[in-house]
Design a protein around this ligand. Structure first.
Ligand code: FAD
Length: 380
């Protein structure tokens, strides 16, 4: 009765790379994607994603990140493309705040490289005098849509089946196989991986971990002097403001000949946005939200005349503790695996999470310690 060894529901960030890993290992796999590949209605929109090693959120992520770093280099080599740009990241905050102290604990636990930098290192920024500046050379950014296209292409080359514009409505486990019902047909598979990003909740009828979907906004600024902020001259940056939860962050201006997407100096705020239904992700007040990001730019950039060129929105899927959820779904005899709750910081981990999911689907151990990401922590 089985048609596939594994079906992957949601061919986005995690799903595209998982499809690739499974196909590379010789499995008969199919990916089902409700929209087009690399769409603007999921969690992977917006041109660029930060990647950094000295993880302030929790040092437990560092071993995963080390694997992710080599995974990014591996897919670049396999496909002959550039996905990871090592621009470095400058971090600023109070030394006792969660950002700087969290970075320092990862640095000391894993003996990572981190440099102290003067607050006036980058002439375009104005950093409060009582902040500390750090610089991580091995950090930078990944291009998310190109990464998804690359993984999907490499999966197809290795025999995977990809069905776009086909939405999974439900699934049901029988004794020997799982039936996956879509809006176009039904399929039988031995194992199921659900990596449906902000839409996952409708597919988890039996066990629903607490998940919250939020709208996150990104802006592209128009500075008076573009030269100061060009890639290779200006790094990615992260600033923690005293008394404000989350972080502000941004990227250098990317050269138009190499990168598609909006032009300008990208800026964003990493903290929970408005709680939404995914269908309403693009319904926001552009003028009001532009003012919010412009006010941040006026605090931390010397140029007080910047205007907003463009804005876009994207979604986070928060778990209740902001850490990922990677596990077998209870009562499925380890046949159904979920990858969710990436809480706005999952993209950099794509190569390692996909390898973990592929290992789990093939009946192997995850290959890296992910016990801190299991559902057991919620007491289920
Ligand atoms: C504004 C913003 C900035 C971010 N910045 C960073 C960053 O700097 N660094 C970082 O590491 N991470 C960052 N992230 C987080 C990162 O992008 C996400 O954690 C990651 O994309 C989540 O991947 P995913 O596979 O869970 O979801 P997605 O990439 O959204 O993939 C899910 C896919 O499943 C499909 N799908 C859903 N339901 C169904 C269904 N029923 N049938 C078929 N297909 C379905 C969707 O259409 C989608 O394509 C950011 C996120 C946002 C929104």
């Amino acid at each position: 009765m089985k048609q596939y060894d594994v079906i992957v529901v949601g061919v986005g960030s995690m799903g595209s790379a998982t499809l690739y890993d499974l196909a590379k290992n010789g499995l008969k796999v199919m990916g089902l994607e409700q929209f087009e590949l690399a769409n603007d209605l999921s969690s992977h929109t917006g041109q660029s994603r930060l990647i950094r090693l000295a993880y302030f959120e929790n040092p437990n992520y560092v071993p995963l990140l080390k694997k992710a770093y080599s995974g990014w280099r591996q897919i670049e080599e396999d496909a002959g493309v550039n996905l990871f740009y090592q621009t470095g990241i400058a971090y600023y905050g109070k030394s006792e705040g969660p950002l700087i102290s969290g970075i320092q604990s990862s640095v000391s636990k894993y003996d990572l490289k981190m440099a102290s930098i003067p607050l006036d290192q980058y002439s375009g920024l104005q950093i409060p005098a009582d902040y500390q500046g750090l610089y991580e050379e091995v950090a930078g950014f990944i291009t998310p849509k190109k990464a998804i296209w690359t993984y999907a292409q490499q999966a197809l080359i290795r025999g995977a089946v990809l069905r776009q514009n086909e939405r999974v409505i439900t699934w049901q486990q029988e004794t020997d196989y799982i039936i996956v019902q879509t809006d176009k047909g039904s399929y039988h598979t031995e194992k199921l991986i659900i990596s449906a990003g902000p839409y996952i909740q409708s597919l988890l009828t039996r066990f629903i971990p607490k998940l919250t979907v939020t709208r996150q906004l990104l802006g592209w600024l128009n500075p008076s002097n573009w030269e100061d902020f060009l890639m290779n001259r200006f790094p990615c940056w992260v600033i923690e403001e005293e008394g404000v939860s989350g972080i502000y962050y941004g990227f250098p201006i990317l050269p138009i000949e190499k990168f598609s997407g909006p032009i300008g100096l990208k800026i964003a705020y990493h903290a929970p946005g408005a709680i939404i239904n995914p269908e309403t992700v693009n319904d926001f007040d552009r003028i009001q939200e532009a003012q919010q990001l412009l006010s941040v730019s006026r605090r931390y950039f010397k140029d007080q005349k910047m205007t907003m060129l463009n804005m876009s929105s994207c979604m986070y899927t928060y778990s209740s503790d902001n850490h990922f959820i990677i596990d077998y779904l209870p009562q499925t005899d380890e046949k159904v695996i979920i990858a969710t709750g990436f809480s706005g910081h999952g993209f950099k981990f794509v190569p390692v999470i996909s390898e973990v999911l592929s290992n789990m689907a093939r009946g192997f151990s995850p290959g890296v310690d992910i016990t801190f990401l299991s559902m057991g922590r919620f007491g289920n």
